[in-house]
Design a protein around this ligand. Structure first.
Ligand SMILES: *Cc1c(COP(=O)(O)O)cnc(C)c1O
Length: 379
């Protein structure tokens, strides 16, 4: 099987040491040996999340944990505000609707950040409507994407949390592609549920989602206990096992190999230091963006809002994104990503997570682009 250098927005190329841990022998997901590993991983995740909230490991993709969060905190018919500015925030709306929730969407242009002031106005209007008419669904929470991976925009989360706090709303954050990539102190910022995965900035193969749950979120979950929601994605199920099964504080079989690999990766990240880990993305994205600009490309997102984890680049009329993508794959063994849905052909995206944060990957990518332009007679 041919291996390509992954410079996509996840999954990511992982270190050999992490990969090797994936092939450790099978072991039961309970018992003293396992619990030592499990609790070590949870303790390290708390350091990365900078939280004292409970942290759960949920086998599955990030979308599963988002489904669990929205479906467990809120009851069908309740209203959640979701700022929408790209593919993943649109997905958050779909997940909310699939759980029977009403959504107050607040739209922002793709490539632009969520504006706290606009959000404040829309929430104030909503509260006013609720006050005037008794039968409006009441606004109960704010759910949002931190790094909108489809556009490369990093939203101003602390300012948005401050707005949610004015309305006394709990906040659910999709930090799938930002946790571990940029500063995100969950407790300091006051995030009630924060969702990520092992396979983006935590540089591990896919398989586990991770979520932190605040005491206030647990209270909301407890109040929904008999809402008739499913079992696996119902966080009250998870709470029951945490409280009653100390030898097995989760309801299901855990993918032990994935978690052992996560342990190896977290050790590396924490040994390096979180700040240094964040800095590696800043370094890689700066190098790649400068190199692309020098070759005549423009970035899709203003520097002020651009997340260092993924670079979104405007397509040039003389460089069809599909052709550049295929050329990099076939001639240089590098995979990049296109734009999703309506951004297809408009932008391409370069991921800097995992091994892509290295200078080796960044330079190989820039050489590949230069080679493409040269062969086309464009430089
Ligand atoms: C990758 C990503 C997801 C989806 O993650 P899955 O694991 O594929 O469900 C959701 N939100 C954001 C912001 C992402 O980057």
């Amino acid at each position: 099987m041919k291996h390509y250098k992954l410079m996509i927005p996840g999954p990511v190329d992982v270190e050999d040491e992490v990969l090797a841990a994936m092939s450790s022998a099978s072991m039961p997901h309970y018992g003293a040996d396992w619990l030592e590993i499990y609790h070590d991983v949870i303790a390290m995740l708390k350091q990365v999340f900078q939280t004292e909230n409970d942290v759960l490991l949920m086998p599955g993709p990030g979308s599963a944990a988002l489904d669990a969060a929205l479906g467990s905190l809120l009851a069908p018919g309740e209203l959640v505000c979701i700022p929408v500015s790209g593919f993943f925030s649109r997905r958050l709306v779909k997940i909310a609707n699939a759980n029977g929730l009403h959504v107050l969407p607040v739209d922002f242009a793709q490539g632009q950040p969520v504006e706290p002031e606009t959000l404040r106005q829309r929430m104030a209007e909503q509260r006013e409507m609720e006050r005037r008419s008794g039968n409006q669904p009441r606004l109960r929470a704010l759910a949002m994407v931190h790094h909108e991976t489809s556009t490369g925009v990093l939203n101003p989360l602390p300012e948005i949390v401050a707005v949610a706090r004015e309305f006394d709303l709990p906040i659910i954050v999709d930090a799938v592609s930002s946790m571990g990539g940029v500063p995100l102190p969950v407790d300091e910022w006051g995030i009630d549920v924060c969702v990520t995965v092992a396979n983006k900035c935590l540089a591990t193969p896919p398989g586990v989602a991770i979520l932190s749950v605040s005491p206030r979120a647990w209270e909301m979950i407890a109040a929904q206990e008999n809402s008739g929601r499913g079992w696996y994605l119902n966080l009250s199920t998870w709470r029951y096992y945490m409280d009653n099964w100390a030898w097995h504080p989760y309801p299901i079989t855990l993918p032990t190999n994935n978690i052992i690999a996560l342990q190896v990766s977290l050790k590396r990240i924490l040994a390096e230091g979180l700040e240094a880990h964040y800095a590696s993305y800043v370094r890689a994205s700066s190098l790649v963006r400068q190199g692309l600009r020098d070759m005549g490309f423009e970035m899709f997102v203003a520097d002020e809002w651009a997340c260092p984890v993924v670079s979104a680049v405007r397509a040039r009329p003389d460089v069809p994104t599909g052709e550049l993508h295929d050329f990099l794959r076939d001639e240089h063994g590098i995979l990049i990503a296109g734009g999703l849905e309506d951004l297809h052909g408009i932008i391409f995206r370069v991921g800097h997570m995992g091994k892509a944060a290295s200078q080796e990957y960044s330079l190989a990518f820039l050489q590949g682009v230069e080679d493409f332009l040269r062969r086309r007679g464009l430089i």
